[in-house]
Design a binder for this molecule. Structure first.
Ligand SMILES: [Zn+2]
Length: 345
């Protein structure tokens, strides 16, 4: 991929580094690699989960809004190899909760391994919450830990889910699928939430082996923020730039560019109900969304600010989407610098 000839000036750096986002929390994590895509991106991949399990994990996350927590996921795989989560546990009574890491209570976990094997349910992954660290993807350490687990146990794949607490006090849970040949890389996959009653929940909650063992969350009600869900009626436009798999490496480069520009921000790809691609750039409570419309790259991406206002930056497409994006984004940063109060996000 050609590098942009556009240089990021000292003036820009000073602006992005100090002026806009000057009150930065110290991140315990280095930002992980870009969210999207992994080497073996499979556009059909998804993770199934029963609604009550999704709610249960939300309650567990909300129990610990300022510190890490976590648990394990039990279930099986579909014929295509996609994970189906039918039961989840939260932290055991002796779990170790810290700001930047979480260790499960092993004795607690082992009791579930034993009890759930009779239902033919196996551990297929785990979840943990980065609470309000604004890290919505696995950290580098998370990714290498899963890689080690896959190698050590000879697994084909493993599911890691990362929770967060958003600014409105709601939980989010993102699913990342690791495959054995991906060398610690991963694919973010959407949730397909099964809305039927979960046949396992009542049985396991009342299992004689587990009476007195369960350590249920104190939070009574789930509160979900924005989660990456399977679009039940995908409406992708024919010819849309993001539908072409060969363009995904360019998208990855764009995400890398944005995260490297400011390593304290998170860049999250999203697809709306009409199949239009967004990148959400967030630092603390400041958020902006870059919307790539159906005529991109012939037409400019649109920037949506958190107050609902929008702007269309100057866009000169000359054949390289990456170079055009970098030039456009730098001009946008300069425009913000000259109109400090104009765009408030
Ligand atoms: Zn983590």
């Amino acid at each position: 991929m050609a590098k942009s000839k556009f240089k990021f000036s000292k003036k820009h750096r000073a602006y992005w580094g100090k002026k806009i986002w000057k009150n930065l929390p110290i991140h315990k994590f280095e930002l992980a690699r870009s969210v999207y895509p992994s080497q073996s991106t499979d556009s059909s991949a998804k993770a199934f989960i029963y609604r009550d399990v999704f709610d249960y994990i939300s309650r567990c996350i909300l129990d610990y809004p300022n510190i890490e927590t976590g648990g394990q996921l039990f279930g099986f795989y579909t014929q295509e190899g996609y994970p189906v989560v039918v039961y989840a546990i939260g932290p055991g009574p002796h779990a170790n909760h810290q700001t930047a890491f979480f260790n499960q209570d092993n004795e607690y976990l082992l009791k579930y391994y034993d009890a759930l094997s009779k239902y033919c349910l196996q551990k297929i992954g785990e979840w943990h919450s980065h609470h309000q660290l604004r890290l919505t993807v696995p950290s580098v350490h998370d990714a290498s830990s899963v890689g080690i687990t896959i190698k050590k146990h000879g697994l084909n794949s493993h599911l890691l889910c990362i929770g967060n607490v958003d600014v409105e006090g709601r939980s989010t849970l993102n699913a990342f699928f690791f495959r054995k040949d991906d060398n610690n890389d991963y694919q973010p996959i959407p949730w397909n939430i099964v809305m039927m009653d979960n046949p396992y929940r009542v049985m396991i909650d009342n299992d004689q082996e587990l009476i007195g063992v369960h350590c249920h969350p104190r939070t009574l009600n789930a509160r979900h923020g924005e989660n990456y869900l399977v679009d039940k009626k995908p409406n992708y436009q024919d010819g849309y730039w993001f539908n072409d798999k060969s363009n995904r490496q360019v998208l990855k480069a764009i995400i890398d560019y944005l995260t490297n520009l400011d390593r304290g921000c998170t860049v999250t790809p999203q697809i709306d109900k009409s199949g239009i691609f967004h990148l959400v750039v967030q630092r603390n409570e400041e958020k902006m969304t870059i919307v790539f419309g159906k005529n991109f790259p012939q037409e400019a991406p649109m920037i949506l600010f958190s107050d609902g206002s929008t702007m269309v930056p100057e866009w000169k497409y000359k054949g390289s989407v990456y170079d055009s994006f970098v030039e456009c984004y730098n001009n946008f940063a300069l425009a913000k610098l000259n109109n400090n109060n104009m765009y408030n996000f």
